[in-house]
Design a protein around this ligand. Structure first.
Ligand SMILES: [Zn+2]
Length: 460
């Protein structure tokens, strides 16, 4: 039980009989469903129940791991809820079907979810924002996650194979053409001398064969170790639109486009590879964004946002690094979180019995993280200042949750104030987005040119 819950229970106990008089979850005070959605994203399938009042999802465990029972506390059963069954796509990787179960009152309605594979369900609530009302969410994650670093490398290998194949194809048809015309054009040999040789080499290239996914050659391993990985984090997404401009431009759409453009530029830079914490319109919880970046052993984490303020005058771009105050204890709490318990900093697991050592290592790591973040943030801010207005002339510091990886320099870029009509127009302009992306990439590459990351042993 968390402290808030404990305090609430204690208060309820003190209230005694009064608590029973209050209509806490009775049908009279029950919330109504206004929308029910099933949303398969690349990483997980999300089930969302939107209601006119808060509800509580309770996951009841049964004997069958392929059957989830979701109790919907505080919710009134309605036909809209039943419609969820028809919204499951046949190709949904996790859900086979959903049924509504309405036991006799006062028991709350339940959803019976039949699964295609075992999953790790995560439930949480989202407060009303913009056009959305109260939302209760359950995300179904695969039990065994695809290794993101391996996926990144395989993706690059596949792209290289494709490039080689297209070169071979064009060479092949060129040679075929030569051979067909050879009797008539015996003098063509001069220029045709080299292509057959390289074609033969390309044809015999063992890399054409699909490599076993888990076997990595020493040469490839060295390349992986040297690769600079930049985690790009497009803020918000899916259920969470972020800030919305005066004419309706949504932060989640702008930042995704900016992140994709950044990804293309970074991938075009030799020795660098971008990793996206989300590459489509879906929501990723803040802690999960950091976890994803740590799993690929990113050398830098860049979160992209577009600011909003309650007065339309606020303007200019900002760059944030993590605030020093309380950073180590926050990092310690973050690491102690169940999800991160298996992780380690400086080779020492957070579950190590030597707490002083763990704290000292964390402290050193966080101090270095902030120092590096301020440095890379400074480079990025300087470059952005050349194409647009700045909100403040220096890197600011705040306790943003996405900046809390204890061992990855992390910055958050507020590209502009989307709430400012003039800046909303700039953000809408593809030419400005391109300038912005060039500036951010400029800052990042300059930082790495000055501070090359130490070659590390990435485990694939
Ligand atoms: Zn934002």
């Amino acid at each position: 039980m968390n402290p808030v819950e404990r305090a609430r229970r204690r208060a309820l106990r003190r209230l005694g009989a009064l608590a029973f008089v209050l209509p806490l979850a009775g049908p009279a005070g029950a919330s109504q469903v206004v929308a029910a959605r099933v949303w398969p994203a690349p990483d997980y399938t999300r089930l969302t129940l939107e209601s006119d009042g808060p509800i509580r999802l309770r996951l009841l465990s049964g004997p069958d791991p392929l059957r989830l029972v979701l109790e919907l506390d505080g919710l009134q059963a309605s036909p809209l809820l039943g419609e969820l069954a028809g919204k499951v796509r046949p190709d949904d990787p996790f859900i086979a079907r959903i049924r509504l179960d309405t036991p006799a009152s006062p028991a709350p309605p339940r959803l019976l979810v039949d699964l295609k594979q075992r999953t790790l369900p995560q439930t949480f609530n989202l407060a009303p924002v913009a056009a959305y009302q109260h939302r209760a969410v359950i995300d179904l994650y695969p039990l065994v996650e695809r290794d993101p670093l391996l996926a990144l490398i395989q993706e690059k290998q596949a792209a290289e194979r494709q490039a080689q194949a297209s070169v071979r194809d064009s060479l092949g048809s060129f040679i075929e053409g030569l051979e067909r015309t050879a009797p008539e054009r015996p003098a063509a040999g001069g220029s045709a001398g080299s292509p057959p040789a390289s074609a033969a080499v390309a044809g015999a290239d063992p890399s054409q064969a699909t490599p076993a996914p888990s076997r990595v050659s020493p040469a490839l391993q060295r390349r992986i170790d040297r690769l600079i990985i930049v985690a790009l984090d497009a803020g918000h997404g899916g259920e969470d639109p972020g800030a919305i401009g005066p004419t309706g431009l949504r932060e989640k759409d702008v930042v995704l486009d900016v992140a994709r453009r950044l990804q293309a530029r970074i991938n075009a830079t030799p020795g660098m590879r971008a990793f996206m914490t989300r590459d489509a319109d879906f929501f990723v919880p803040l802690g999960e964004r950091v976890r994803k970046a740590r799993r690929v052993q990113a050398d830098l984490f860049v979160s992209i946002h577009a600011d909003a303020f309650y007065t339309p005058q606020a303007r200019g771009a900002s760059v944030f690094a993590l605030a020093d105050r309380g950073a180590t204890s926050r990092a310690a709490r973050w690491m102690a979180d169940r999800e991160n318990a298996a992780d380690s900093v400086g080779g020492v697991g957070i579950s190590s019995p030597d707490l002083t050592l763990v704290h000292t290592l964390l402290d050193m790591s966080v101090t270095a993280q902030i120092k590096d973040s301020l440095q890379v943030g400074g480079e990025v801010l300087t470059h952005i200042g050349r194409v647009g207005r700045l909100h403040k002339p220096r890197v600011e510091q705040a306790g943003f949750a996405v900046l809390r990886a204890p061992d990855i320099p992390s910055i958050l870029v507020e590209t502009a104030f989307i709430s400012n009509p003039e800046e909303e127009q700039r953000l809408r302009d593809p030419a400005y987005r391109a300038e912005l992306v060039q500036a951010i990439t400029g800052g990042i590459t300059r930082y790495f040119a000055r501070n090359p990351p130490i070659a590390r042993s990435r485990q694939v």
